[in-house]
Write a protein that binds this ligand. Structure first.
Ligand code: NAD
Length: 294
């Protein structure tokens, strides 16, 4: 079992850290929110007064923070963790952030002789609690081997995507595709409904045909078709429009940085941005159906 520091105990980080405690690791946590820290104390973790205190003398530092600026703030600079950590420490940032910052932190870690891996996740709060997240990792083969010992206690599928930053690129590609097939599924279902088809029957037809995709298979966006989907529960998330809009923004940045024109990703981003601005940020991302319904 390992000594682990966990920084960022929000909707995702909280349950992930609890799973590490349950797996028998010595976990020391830090979050700006005293309430979040208390929940982890109740679950059996030690609470530190700062990120630096939590990370002192540990085998692994994990972070699950909102955005690139928070990750850069924790790790970089003279006061950052990379300037203080023991060289034997492995750093795993599980946040969804821009690939450029992930690469920058990866380079700074390499210069300091510390193993770093960007390890963003697929799967929401339910998967974090169930320990069934998918991790997409960017870093060296050696760091990936060490990372697996910890990530396996929080997730089911752990992929090595490439060097530092590659995890964020993989996440950007996946979520851009998710947005595109969700919007496409909504469009097809609504077009069928307007022409007299039952969305349930049309879903069965497309699931048995070449239109089959994850949105139709496990997350049908049409109310009443799939009892367990957010669409049948007033679009309670699930995966919020705010998070999809954030992830599409990151995907567009990746495309721009690589001088790649991604018209479908750009359109998906624009549609989700408009849907978000119309007051739907906290609703499930499959509620984009309502935007298409007009
Ligand atoms: P959240 O806002 O619930 O939690 C973020 C936590 O970080 C908060 O508790 C906050 O207090 C803490 N924090 C911020 N700055 C800090 C600092 N400097 N030091 C210590 N703690 C700090 O967010 P979340 O939903 O848990 O998401 C975390 C990350 O996971 C994001 O990058 C998000 O995009 C990604 N993600 C979220 C989901 C989801 O369904 N919520 C799914 C996949 C990926």
């Amino acid at each position: 079992m390992a000594n682990v520091a966990f920084i960022g105990l929000g909707n995702m980080g909280g349950p992930m850290a609890i799973n590490l405690v349950k797996a028998g690791h010595q976990v020391t946590v830090f979050d700006l929110s005293a309430e979040a820290c208390q929940q982890l104390r109740d679950a059996g973790a030690a609470v530190a007064a700062s990120a630096a205190e939590a990370a002192t003398g540990v085998d692994y530092v994990l972070s699950m923070l909102p955005a690139g600026k928070h990750v850069a703030g924790i790790y970089l600079g003279d006061d950052g963790l990379l300037a203080q950590l023991d060289k034997a420490t492995t750093v795993l940032d599980c946040s969804t952030i821009d690939a450029a910052t992930a690469r920058q932190v990866g380079e700074a870690a390499a210069a300091a002789g510390i193993g770093f891996m960007d390890s963003p996740v697929s799967g929401g709060v339910a998967a974090a609690a169930a320990g069934t997240l998918a991790f997409m990792c960017g870093g060296s083969a050696e760091t990936f081997e060490k990372a697996q010992l910890i990530l396996q206690d929080m997730g089911k599928n752990i992929f090595h995507a490439g060097p530092a930053g590659a995890g964020q690129v993989a996440k950007g590609c996946n979520n851009m595709l998710l947005a595109i097939h969700m919007i496409g599924s909504c469009e097809a279902l609504e077009m069928g409904a307007r022409n007299g088809l039952d969305p349930k029957v049309l879903s069965q037809i497309m699931l048995a045909s070449s239109g089959r995709n994850w949105s139709l298979e496990v997350y049908n966006p049409y109310p009443g078709v799939m009892e367990t989907a957010p669409a049948s529960n007033d679009y309670k998330p699930g995966f919020m429009v705010d998070l999809m809009a954030k992830d599409l923004g990151l995907a567009l940045e990746i495309a721009q940085l690589s001088d790649f024109d991604n018209p479908m990703g750009q359109l998906a981003s624009e549609l989700y941005r408009q849907h978000q601005e119309a007051g739907n940020g906290q609703r499930d991302f499959s509620s984009i159906l309502e935007k298409l319904q007009g």
